[in-house]
Design a binder for this molecule. Structure first.
Ligand SMILES: [Zn+2]
Length: 185
């Protein structure tokens, strides 16, 4: 199968499916703005961080003698998320592998959506595959990202002996209470 050089932001899905074509590429992860917003504030994707994608079209014959238009999407990315246990960055691999059926219009899409559990999209001569990749990566994010083993002791754990870097939260609370005590006048 030949890989074509097409602008991923403007793919003619029907034409791609008709010839069983495949478009693929890699691009800067930072360009996926909505996805990048999910990254750890101190570990946002840099210029060298890429995601890879590949979209393959297929015209699938139906039993009734017609044909259905399909797009098979694959994508890979690696994003540093916020570990929900220690709040440090945790490198998370995102993998997308999903097939979409394309139909002529929104009405048809809704009708099919109601009866079967397929991902149905509306055909376009200028379909933005990049946006679909981003949507799917967002869906692939783990609900609760966290390290298998956190690199540092938890923030709520008692301070190790000799560590005076962080103020003890209970002491801070005590000081606040003292400060707010009405002065005996
Ligand atoms: Zn962690």
């Amino acid at each position: 199968m030949e890989t074509e050089n097409t602008d991923p932001k403007s793919v003619d899905i029907a034409a791609l499916a008709r010839r069983g074509g495949c478009v693929s590429g890699s691009a800067s992860l930072a360009e996926l703005v909505r996805l990048s917003e999910e990254a750890h504030p101190e570990a946002k994707p840099g210029a060298d961080d890429l995601y890879r994608w590949r979209a393959t079209g297929e015209n699938r014959a139906t039993r009734a003698g017609g044909s259905e238009t399909w797009l098979h999407l694959e994508a890979d990315a690696c994003l540093s998320l916020v570990c929900q246990r220690c709040l440090k960055a945790v490198e998370t691999a995102l993998r997308v592998e999903r097939s979409f059926r394309f139909v002529a219009d929104e009405q048809q899409a809704q009708a099919i959506d109601a009866e079967i559990e397929e991902d149905v999209l509306v055909l376009s001569r200028s379909f933005d595959v990049t946006e679909l990749v981003e949507d799917e990566c967002l869906l692939a994010l783990p609900l609760v990202p966290r390290h298998d083993v956190c690199p540092q002791p938890l923030a709520v754990a008692p301070d190790p002996v000799g560590s005076e870097d962080r103020p003890n939260p209970f002491r801070v609370l005590g000081e606040l209470k003292l400060r707010h005590k009405p002065s005996p006048n």
